[in-house]
Write a protein that binds this ligand. Structure first.
Ligand code: NAP
Length: 298
């Protein structure tokens, strides 16, 4: 077997962001300044770091970002009020609601309140439904980033057998929908799947989105498989805290054709696709606006 390839998520994300910047410049040339509103409710430390990184990345590519911080005791109605204002604001193209929300806030109602055209996380049921119908919609950022890495690594995905481990609404399910759209044969595994190793060993492509540190070792993998590790797990390693994926990287490496590291694999792609979705949302809003103008003229 050839030497296994490390899939460099940082380099891939940089390529995506170059294209995003070009789109931002094209929009600016038409007097449209793409803008992303980020809502943070409460004071979860990890969420604060994620929001800061998203805002920094937006600024780097020329997307205007507006941070809305709400207190830990915010009610669902107060959050819905803010979302309604952002929905109605024509200068805002994307709205991101940082999860998790405090327990008293109705997460589903809040996500459903964001108009689908500004739903840059792709969590609104209209976007979820559109994706499962194979339509072009704003799709969730992490699985979109994984698909990009797979296309760059494998080329044509048609007919490949992909196994997705995990069935969450934010990663596993949309990942499966994107792979189906790319004409893969898709198997989705979860905590109730009997003998997941045996099923996983049949896969040409493995996407691990489980949240269990180093669960998947070489015994789960067919020789020559391509592995995308979505997992981000903080572990204590001989008294030092560090991040590991859902895949046991050292065990898997000799077995695979290509694999993403953690960190430096899928993580950077998630933010890159958030920027891409924001620009796509701005382009879609510009398009529907010009269509509306054409209708009113004709
Ligand atoms: P989640 O909502 O907790 O879902 C985990 C899934 O794994 C569930 O569907 C669960 O099955 C399944 N599962 C649990 N144990 C299993 C086992 N032993 N065998 C097979 N399946 C098993 O997690 P998530 O939000 O999808 O996130 C997954 C991981 O990705 C986490 O480490 C998270 O931090 C990471 N993540 C990374 C990014 C990024 O940007 N890189 C973004 C999002 C998430 P059931 O449905 O039966 O419970």
């Amino acid at each position: 077997m050839n030497t296994p390839r490390l899939i460099d998520g940082k380099a891939a994300a940089a390529r995506v962001l170059i294209e995003v910047r070009k789109d931002v410049e094209r929009l600016r040339a038409q007097d449209i300044q793409p803008a992303l509103a980020v809502i943070l409710v409460g004071s979860d430390p990890a969420s604060q770091v994620y929001v800061r990184n998203k805002i920094l990345r937006a600024e780097e590519v020329g997307i205007r970002s507006l941070e809305h911080r709400l207190g830990t005791d915010t009610s669902t109605e107060q959050l819905l009020d803010l979302i309604a204002r952002l929905n109605a604001d024509g200068s805002i193209h994307g709205i991101l609601l940082q999860l998790p929300l405090p327990a008293q806030v109705d997460e589903l109602r809040a996500l459903q309140a964001i108009v689908p055209g500004k739903d840059v996380d792709g969590f609104h049921s209209e976007n979820v439904g559109g994706l499962s119908q194979g339509r072009t919609v704003l799709a969730p950022c992490t699985p979109s980033g994984c698909l990009y890495l797979l296309e760059q690594t494998c080329g044509d995905l048609r007919g490949k057998h992909a196994v997705v481990i995990g069935r969450s609404n934010i990663v596993g399910k949309p990942m499966a929908a994107l792979l189906l759209k790319a004409d893969c044969s898709v198997t989705v595994l979860h905590s109730r799947s009997p003998d997941p190793q045996a099923l996983c060993r049949q896969a040409d492509i493995v996407i691990a989105a489980v949240g269990r540190p180093r669960l998947i070792d070489a015994s789960w993998l067919k020789p020559g498989a391509v592995v995308i590790d979505v997992g981000i797990n903080r572990i204590d390693d001989a008294g030092r805290s560090r991040l590991v994926g859902d895949v046991d990287f050292d065990s898997a490496l000799p077995q695979v054709a290509a694999i993403t590291p953690v960190p430096g694999g899928v993580g950077p792609m998630t933010i890159a696709f958030l920027m891409k979705n924001t620009v796509t949302a701005a382009l879609m809003q510009q398009h529907s606006l010009s269509e509306a103008v054409c209708h009113s003229i004709s």
